[in-house]
Structure formats: structure tokens, C-alpha cells
Write a protein that binds this ligand. Sequence first.
Ligand SMILES: [Zn+2]
Length: 214
Amino acid sequence: MKIAHITILSYGGYQLAKTCVVDNQKIGLMAGYIRIADGDICRPHWKAAGFNVTTDPTKLAAQVLAKEVKHAVENGENLKAQLKAKEVVLIQGQNAETESVKQMLIDKGLAKFNLKDKEFLQLSQTIASDETVLAVTSGRLNMTNKSILVGTDRRIIELRNLVITSYPLRNITELTYLKLGNLYIVTSGKKVFYSETDKSTAADFVNIMSSKLY
Ligand SMILES: [Zn+2]
């Protein structure tokens, strides 16, 4: 089947055409696209990476990264199978060490955020066994899906759509809680802004973590 690439520059001032993360080609308006964690992908490339177009977009798209899907398509690999395999390894990797980190997260109030087992495990495995969890909160990064923020004695960890981002404390120059439940982190000269933070924990999170900045 030939896929028509329709180029639409703008309409009423809005950029309507999406660009596929695999080949940077515009995706025709009628062709449909799938929104992944950090971009959009056309349906043919989504299928080429091993996914179906019916249930997989809602179940898996949010945890797929552009670089992963590009790699899979370019190398003829099945990314869906790789994701499943990784999940099995994650679950098998659950051991006493991650259990003690998990307990530390629960003690700091993470349980109230209703994390999926997979997310809990991912955080537990990210945090080193000699790292101390100091505070936990949540918020929306740039109005996107909810992120969990975990402050430790070394860094602030963000978990969003099963993707972990670490901000080492030594790179953070400012951490501020604003009225109306917003907070921002200035890290390596970049301002990372969170809105709709968790009311009962965000201010404490900022107080506790600010005192740890260099
Ligand atoms: Zn494509």
C-alpha cells in the first residue's frame, strides 16, 4: 500500500501536520498517527516496530521513546517483544534490596499516589540501596501527564510514563514552590516547571529538598 504524504503547512495559524519520529516525514492528516512518550509516529512505522494499531496505542504508546522505536524500525527489531521481555526482567529483579528501597518510598508517603507495581519497581530499582529518600510529591510537567517526584540525598527523580529523569542536586540552582500549587526546578540553566502539584506534599518537598542544595 502506498502511503500518501500530505504536506500541510498551516491552517488558521496552527501547525496541523504531525512529523513521524522515525523518518521526520510529515504524516498525512488522514493517515492517522500514534502519540508516543516524546513525539508522534506514523501507523506504518508503528506496525514496523511490532505493534498493532488497535489496542497497543492506548496500552503501550506512552512508554515508547522516539529513539527506541527508530532503532527498532531501522534494525528490523520487534520493540513490543522487547518491552514485554524487559517487564519480565523487572519483575524477576525484585529482591531484598529493592524491597528496602520500596519500604523507604512508602514511609515517605509514596503509597498515596497509587503507582502501578511496574512504576514502583522501576523507582525502587533506580534508587541505590545507600541512597536516602527524603521527600515525595507529584505534579504535571508542562501540562502533560502526572509525574511523580522523589527527592533523595543525591537528586530529584522524576517518573512519568515509565520514563525516569534524574536531576542531580549539584546541578540544581533553584527550587521554588509557588502559590496555586506550582513548583519549578532550575537545573543546568533550564527551568523545569510543574503545575497541579500534590497539595499536601509539594510545599514540604520543596522545603526539604531546598535545604539539601549545594
Ligand atoms: Zn513514519
